[in-house]
Design a protein around this ligand. Structure first.
Ligand code: NOJ
Length: 735
């Protein structure tokens, strides 16, 4: 009997130990890295209280905020349960302290997600996005974004609010600098490349960050280029112009999206169920989360669709915004809204799961802290600088080169003038993250490096960026008289573009134009270097100059490639990603406009109706001869595939990189279509005397088809044209 009792007792102890072990295991399931993300998410969610869930959906700031448009919270009592913080410091220590609080003192130990605006580089600032697109080199952009991700993640940032893929056709809008120009396909390709660069193959990598596609959707249509305002976008235009870059970005794996500030034809992006839920989550199946833009939930009140912050929280949440950036609308009202049945628990759970999913995917539960490193170990690595320099080089566009005044001959005496010549700060552009002006190579320093012992540089600033002070003109003229050629470095201050930086004209301030007019009196050839965050109105300057080089805001490594192009060490290969209007009055003007009923009429009476420089314009120091387009078949059925080819020969005296843009044109369709649409681009190195073949594999539905106002793609039987430059070929699609 005693023996039986002992055995019984022993079995009891054993099974309790087992139950305890099992309990322990279950208890920690979400902390077990061997479990799938979905199981961990479900497990964690099942343990959370309503309040804990709500806290995951809020974002505050931490550290210094240097964006004048965003008012920061003081650095104080960050709740340990907060979902996310915007991290303004470039040192991981502060992050780690706050993270420790979250991981060690909150009940469930959920790590915080640290986000930041890493837009065109973190410390190694590379050219603004609008310029990047002029490189037509997505691989290079991907590499630059990988550098930004490495610098950011090693500094304590897990998540960047980038890329911006808002198609923008109004240069007055300051944010035109932040996207990839006027064309949907171009934005789609570069957006996807940058997502791949930021995220790598796996966002848990110690040098990768989660991307955030923004601002979903249509922000670029801001009326008259003013910021934060209404946008009038029909469903047809929404789909054929604005949605493609988002759809492709989601396909490329963007972990998150940011909803837009703008009111889309009566329904603000922050409260837009159609775009956020019906399309993004249901149709495209995105399983990450959407963050609001800064203060945008509360702004539903000023936009006139919510009477108070509580209603704003309800509308935004029910529409599909999972995280509240800086409003405290969710943490103040969401729990009550759930209790009142105005927000369903199911939707709340779904939102929390989305946020947790991204945190698990980033590996934050397993590696919540950023390893310490020195600035030297994480910033400005030689390879990173090379990429920044190469990207600046390829994004510079030679707009004009009369009588081949460029490249400059050796032995020239060069007068360098203009407010941009010695500026470091303004080369960086807006959204410079932790960019440091002292890291930047100025145009003047670049010229010095390039022309060492080969030319003499003379300098006079001439004037400031704006204002009326012409007292420097005489000195500039005297300097120019003493030289063989003038390089006038003009442009915009960094803060003239970016967020909340609209301008009523895209011309440079008249003082800069007057300086060039004064220099013209010397009779010396004038080369203009133009640095800006937007397309410029150049018709007056064009008449005064011999050559014009659009250098954009090229980042810290811009000075050397600019000088390399002037000296002929580098053959320019950039082409415009956005139309340069003849004057501001032509806006909106873009290459893929719809057809007019009367092409021979409807012109402006006072100015030309064509732009000064069209989309994809860009000169080279060599010549390229294009053969005819050859197609594998002139007739195809809708389901067939087709190949088009074009041979391009470098007949000039220098190796060069040439980009071929493939356009299509559909003369007759049920829905009116643009005069041409870009479907593919490719850049190749073509050596002097060499011929390269460019190929376009045409999928009729994807490339010849069109999208309707419901987002459905269709292709119709009929005639189509495939076009490259002035070459075109007809083909017939049958049912
Ligand atoms: C407002 C801007 O619109 C957005 O692009 C940015 O990411 C956020 N502020 C955060 O700084």
């Amino acid at each position: 009997m005693k023996k039986i009792r002992v055995i019984y007792l022993f079995t009891l102890i054993l099974s309790s130990v087992n139950i305890w072990a099992q309990y322990q295991k279950d208890a920690l399931l979400y902390k077990d890295p061997n479990q799938s993300v979905e199981r961990r998410v479900e497990d964690l969610l099942s343990r959370m209280t309503l309040e804990e869930k709500v806290m995951q959906l809020n974002q505050y700031t931490l550290g210094r905020n240097d964006n004048a448009n965003n008012m920061a919270d003081p650095i104080n009592d960050i709740p340990a349960e907060i979902g996310s913080l915007i991290y303004f410091s470039s040192n991981p220590d502060l992050r780690n302290q706050v993270q420790k609080k979250a991981v060690e003192t909150s009940r469930l130990g959920i790590p915080i997600l640290f986000g930041y605006d890493v837009i065109h580089g973190y410390r190694t600032v590379y050219p603004i996005s609008l310029a990047q697109a002029c490189s037509w080199n997505p691989t290079l952009v991907q590499q630059a974004c990988a550098v930004a991700a490495q610098e950011a993640r090693m500094s304590g940032v897990d998540w960047t609010f980038s890329p911006m893929v808002d198609v923008a056709r109004d240069g007055r809008w300051g944010r035109v600098s932040e996207g990839y120009g006027e064309d949907p396909y171009t934005n789609a390709v570069f957006g996807a490349a940058s997502i791949k660069g930021y995220q790598g193959n796996d966002i848990s990598g110690s040098k990768n960050v989660a991307a955030c596609l923004k601002h979903y959707v249509g922000y670029g249509a801001s009326e008259a280029g003013r910021d934060y305002v209404y946008t009038e976008i029909s469903r047809q235009t929404l789909w054929d112009t604005y949605m493609l870059p988002y759809e492709e970005g989601v396909k490329a794996g963007a972990a998150t999206l940011m909803s837009c500030f703008n009111d889309i034809s009566g329904t603000p992006g922050t409260a837009n169920h159609y775009i956020l839920t019906e399309i993004l989550k249901k149709r495209w199946g995105h399983d990450g989360f959407v963050v609001s833009d800064w203060g945008a939930i509360e702004q539903l009140r000023s936009q006139g669709v919510a009477k108070d912050r509580k209603e704003a929280a309800m509308k935004a949440f029910n529409a599909g915004v999972e995280m509240d950036m800086m409003n405290q609308c969710y943490n103040n009202h969401l729990a009550t809204l759930v209790k009142e049945g105005k927000v369903s628990e199911e939707l709340l759970n779904d939102a929390v799961k989305r946020v947790l999913r991204v945190k698990f995917r980033l590996g934050l539960f397993d590696n919540p802290y950023t390893p310490s490193s020195t600035e030297k170990e994480r910033f400005l690595l030689p390879e990173s600088l090379k990429i920044a320099e190469k990207l600046a080089e390829e994004s510079i566009v030679l707009l004009k080169n009369e009588d081949n005044v460029l490249p400059l001959k050796n032995g020239s005496k060069i007068a360098v003038v203009g407010p941009m010549a010695k500026s470091q700060w303004h080369l960086l552009g807006s959204w410079r993250a932790h960019g440091n002006a002292e890291d930047a190579v100025t145009i003047y320093a670049g010229l010095e490096n390039e022309f060492k012992n080969r030319a003499r540089l003379l300098y006079a600033s001439g004037c400031d960026f704006d204002g009326e002070d012409k007292s420097g003109f005489e000195e500039a003229k005297a300097t120019a008289r003493d030289a063989d050629v003038i390089i006038a470095c003009l442009g915009e201050k960094a803060q003239w573009s970016g967020e909340n930086a609209s301008r009523s004209t895209i011309a440079l301030p008249s003082i800069q134009e007057e300086l060039v007019a004064a220099l013209k009196e010397t009779g010396k050839p004038i080369i203009l270097l133009l640095s800006s965050g937007r397309p410029l109105e150049l018709n007056r300057l064009e008449k005064l100059s011999d050559a014009m080089l659009q250098v954009w805001q090229p980042g810290i490594a811009g000075g050397n490639p600019i000088a390399g192009i002037i000296a002929g060490r580098i053959n320019p290969s950039g082409k415009l990603s956005i139309t340069f209007p003849y004057s501001t009055g032509q806006i909106p003007i873009y290459y893929n406009q719809r057809k007019s009923g009367r092409t021979h009429q409807g012109k402006y009476q006072d100015i030309p109706s064509t732009p000064l420089y069209g989309f994809a314009h860009g000169l080279s120091y060599t010549n390229y001869e294009y053969g005819d387009i050859k197609i594998s078949s002139e007739k195809i059925r809708k389901k067939d595939k087709l190949t088009a080819e074009i041979a391009v020969t470098n007949t000039g005296g220098m190796d060069g990189m040439e980009t071929v843009h493939w356009f299509i044109y559909d003369p007759v369709s049920t829905t009116s279509r643009p005069v041409k649409e870009l479907k593919l681009f490719e850049k190749q190195l073509i050596r002097e005397g060499e011929t390269k073949v460019f190929r376009f594999e045409i999928d009729p539905l994807r490339d010849l088809g069109f999208i309707d106002g419901n987002g459905d793609r269709f292709v119709e039987a009929g005639e189509y044209y495939v076009m490259v430059n002035d070459k075109k070929v007809k083909l017939e699609v049958e049912d």
